[in-house]
Ligand binder design. Structure first.
Ligand SMILES: Cc1cc2nc3c(=O)[nH]c(=O)nc-3n(C[C@H](O)[C@H](O)[C@H](O)COP(=O)(O)OP(=O)(O)OC[C@H]3O[C@@H](n4cnc5c(N)ncnc54)[C@H](O)[C@@H]3O)c2cc1C
Length: 162
């Protein structure tokens, strides 16, 4: 957020001298630990407009930032592993679609086609073609510094992925 605010301030008025004050290192906290998913599906309703705005902006970011983000849309799938979740799926999807979130209900066969090897218990799911990720995975990892909180966050993020 800090770097983005600095970037937009300078862009709005190039004559401004902007200083970013950072306690540790850039990327040392949540931004350095993020799984880097660009996702609108399943966001809190209060975040949806912002997430949709962001989604529309990503494809042009390489040009805007004059650098390579490696942004690519691979789609995202959330699966239902029990009857209760599967029964709630149409309502969950309709509520988000009403706010403009592009989602598709995927039956069990479609979910298996999208994610071969998925658990036999999968009853179906919700597919978001817009879900994306910038950069190669895994991203370059900033070295954690004891006490700055990033070590714990990274361990959680990497444990989830492995
Ligand atoms: C494990 C994990 C996975 C995540 N995955 C995703 C994901 O897939 N998709 C997604 O959209 N979001 C994800 N997030 C959330 C996302 O990373 C955060 O919402 C986002 O990075 C927050 O950015 P920020 O700039 O607000 O905070 P930060 O990136 O935490 O930046 C705050 C900065 O302020 C500095 N600071 C703190 N106190 C001071 C001080 N007193 N003086 C000066 N500087 C100070 C810190 O050192 C830090 O660099 C994930 C978060 C985590 C932890």
């Amino acid at each position: 957020m800090g770097l983005s605010a600095a970037f937009h301030l300078r862009r709005a008025d190039p004559s401004l001298a902007v200083t970013v004050l950072e306690r540790a290192r850039i990327g040392s906290a949540a931004s350095g630990a993020s799984a880097a998913g660009v996702r609108v599906m399943g966001r809190d309703p209060a975040e949806r407009r912002l997430a949709l705005e962001s989604l529309g902006r990503w494809p042009g970011l390489d040009r805007e930032l004059e650098g390579k983000t490696g942004y690519q849309r691979g789609g995202g799938l959330r699966v239902a592993l029990d009857d209760k979740t599967w029964e709630a799926t149409p309502g969950w999807v309709a509520e988000q679609r009403a706010d403009g979130v592009p989602l598709e209900v995927a039956d069990a066969a479609t979910a298996r086609r999208l994610a071969p090897g998925i658990a036999p218990a999968c009853l179906g799911g919700v597919y978001a073609p817009s879900t994306a990720r910038p950069g190669p995975w895994p991203p370059s990892r900033p070295s954690p510094r004891p006490g700055d909180g990033s070590e714990r966050a990274w361990k959680r993020a990497w444990a989830r992925r492995s």
